[in-house]
Every structure is written in structure tokens, then in C-alpha cells.
Design a protein around this ligand. Structure first.
Ligand SMILES: [Zn+2]
Length: 150
């Protein structure tokens, strides 16, 4: 009897080398290295994929930075009737989510998660303050109108 089991070569088996996640570009020529083996070379210019991969891993997520700035702005913006808070708060929460996606895909340094979480928390606080401020402002206007018309 023969023991001829021919298995198709698939990516999920353990004999394949790790490949780069999405959106990693060659630092030398900008070639998209998605799916290229880590430890290999750029198909375009021959530069080490390792270097490009490590650079991407050490890059802070721009979304995390934006989230934190918007989160702080949403709290600081409460003094203008809460209008900046109501705009910046939800954006901070959205950007925090985008930053998390990037980190989970392995495209950005995991430490960015702390920044994104801080931005998200600030955004939620800012949004709440903003909504209260906006309600207080609307109530103030209504009271003014009522008193003026009376
Ligand atoms: Zn290249």
C-alpha cells in the first residue's frame, strides 16, 4: 500500500514564514510589502523587509494622536457652550477605534493603544460635558426668550 498524501501548500500551515500585515510599505522605495515574508527582501528594490516592518511597528498611530488631541479639545471646548465638545468628542471616539484597528492588524506600535484609550475616555467625558453645556445654553436661551416676551 502506498502512503501518498499530497497536501496543497497553504498559508495557514506551520511551515510558512511570517508575512507582513497590510499597509506596510518599503522604507526605501515605497513598494507595498503586504504579504511579503518577514526576513525576505523587497520585490521591487531588494531592501530588507525586516527593517520596513520594524519601522512600521515602532510608528505611533496617527489616529491615536488625533484621538487624544480631539479628546482634550472636547473637554477644553466646554467653555464655548459645549459646541466644540459635541463635535470633538465623537471624533475622538471614532479615531480611537481606527487606532485600535491599526494596532490589532499589527501595523502600529501597541503602546499607541494607551494613547487611543486616553483619547476615547477624554472624548466621552468631553461629549457628556458638551451635551450638558449645550442643554444649559438652550435652557438659558429659552428662559431669556420667555422673560423677554413676558
Ligand atoms: Zn523597496
Amino acid at each position: 500500500m502506498h502512503d501518498h498524501t499530497e497536501e496543497p501548500i497553504e498559508n495557514d500551515s506551520n511551515n510558512t514564514s511570517p508575512v507582513t500585515p497590510t499597509c506596510i510599505k518599503c522604507i526605501q522605495c515605497g513598494y507595498d510589502l503586504t504579504g511579503v515574508a518577514i526576513g525576505g527582501q523587497c520585490p521591487e528594490c531588494g531592501a530588507s523587509v525586516n527593517i520596513s516592518f520594524q519601522v512600521s511597528q515602532n510608528t505611533t498611530s496617527g489616529y491615536a494622536i488625533a484621538s487624544l488631541i480631539l479628546g482634550i479639545a472636547s473637554i477644553a471646548g466646554c467653555m464655548f457652550y459645549g459646541i466644540p465638545s459635541v463635535i470633538c468628542g465623537p471624533l475622538a471616539i471614532i479615531y480611537a477605534g481606527k487606532a485600535k484597528d491599526q494596532i490589532l492588524r499589527g501595523e502600529r506600535i501597541p503602546a499607541s493603544m494607551n494613547m487611543a484609550n486616553a483619547g476615547k475616555i477624554c472624548g466621552i467625558i468631553g461629549l457628556c460635558i458638551g451635551l450638558l453645556g449645550l442643554l444649559a445654553f438652550i435652557a438659558f436661551i429659552i428662559i431669556q426668550v420667555v422673560f423677554v416676551t413676558m
